[in-house]
Design a binder for this molecule. Structure first.
Ligand SMILES: [Zn+2]
Ligand SMILES: [Zn+2]
Length: 154
């Protein structure tokens, strides 16, 4: 039997979400969905988690040819609606929610760029000017590495 049929992604701490069709990296420092285009999932395991070659060997081929469905690119998945159920495999991060629009991010620098461009007419985004524009310490659930792929879980 072709051993690749037996490939066990959980041994690499990967999780296949069958509903969302996302491949999620469950290593404690991740909790993100991975893009599976080309060999990106395998590269992620090599670069971020130092998984030796013999263990990750075959993953790219398995995902491409043998996995029952193809995974979606996390960047193409719509953020969930506010109040959605918490996904147990995804990490919750604290982030910034714009008070003026629906923009959310976990990255302050991204937020201040947003505030400057959208709400301060391109003006200098000092903390003093930016601070009134956001609510912070919101739990945002990330569905991908893309900082825009966030949503309120609860
Ligand atoms: Zn990872
Ligand atoms: Zn805004």
């Amino acid at each position: 039997m072709d051993s690749i049929l037996e490939f066990d992604i959980s041994s690499l701490q990967l999780y296949a979400d069958n509903t969302e069709r996302l491949l999620i990296c469950c290593h404690s420092e991740c909790g993100f969905a991975l893009s599976t285009a080309r060999s990106q999932a395998t590269s992620h395991l090599r670069d971020k988690h130092n998984i030796p070659r013999d263990i990750r060997d075959g993953l790219t081929r398995y995902l491409k040819h043998k996995h029952p469905y193809s995974f979606r690119n996390p960047a193409d998945v719509d953020p969930r609606e506010d109040g959605s159920q918490v996904h147990r495999m995804l990490r919750i991060s604290e982030g910034f929610a714009c008070r003026e629009c629906s923009y959310r991010t976990i990255n302050y620098a991204e937020y201040s760029r947003h505030a400057s461009k959208e709400h301060l007419s391109g003006g200098h985004a000092s903390r003093q000017r930016v601070d009134p524009y956001y609510d912070d310490v919101y739990p945002l659930l990330q569905n991908g590495l893309d900082p825009k792929s966030v949503y309120f879980p609860i």
